[in-house]
Design a protein around this ligand. Sequence first.
Ligand code: HEM
Length: 248
Amino acid sequence: MYRKLEQDVQGFREDEKVLAKRIAEYAHPKTPTPTEEDVALAGAYMVGRFQDGTPVVDREVAGLGPMPNNFTFDADPDGVRCPFQAHVRKTNPRGDKQRQFGQPLTQERTVRIVRRAVSYGKVTLQPGKDDKVGLLFLCAQSSIADQFEFIQNQWANNKDFLRDKSGLDPVIGTRKLDQPNPDPIVNGDWPKLYGSRNELDFSKVPPAVVGHTFSEHVGERVTMKGGEYFFVPSLSALRTYGGMEEGT
Ligand code: HEM
């Protein structure tokens, strides 16, 4: 599966700043101007990892090194360290479906994909100065419908996955066509401190969700410009029909 995904990097950075402001207002209300750390944490909440790869479920600052890739969300069942909304948690929930719905882990794992991507274009972060930038995204799976399309449609684009009102995936989430225009206001209920638990706030209609949630409407900063689905025969098929010997 191949897709050309154009990114609105400027827009993503704007979302990040709005979230950083929100974090700052809660974390240090007397000096509510966002610090560099607040901005980095906001980005990590959106992606699920800091720019250097540190998983936000493990720490509230970057620089964990050596970088773990086999981290889990076991210690964060309510999404108070890594939002359910974060790109990596949406696209690989690492056991959330078992914790939340009692489904066997083996079932969640059948949705996994193998990814490879290269970026294109040059980012300057000056309004109007960017080249067109984005990602040439390639992934392999045995069923495009049950894996790639399932991740994109049922998880990333589903504001109610993993829990009601978790929000769209802030990186690749896209609203359904019949959903209303985005509300630019970030209306999530933020924890006062990283990892602190918010309780449901019934003064809000609808009530805010436990844990981090920034907005149903953060996201939509990636536009699909084109792509293609390809069929690659399995190794066993090649061996059977192509006359290949084992190990060649
Ligand atoms: C421009 C579009 C995209 C950007 C900027 C992006 C960015 C990222 C980043 C920064 C990570 C974390 C580092 C890593 O594991 O590689 C990641 C992980 C991942 N992304 Fe994306 N991604 C994009 C599109 C997609 C799409 C279309 C899908 C599938 C529908 C996808 C699925 C995943 C998965 C499965 C992971 C690994 C999650 C994990 O195992 O923790 N991404 N992506």
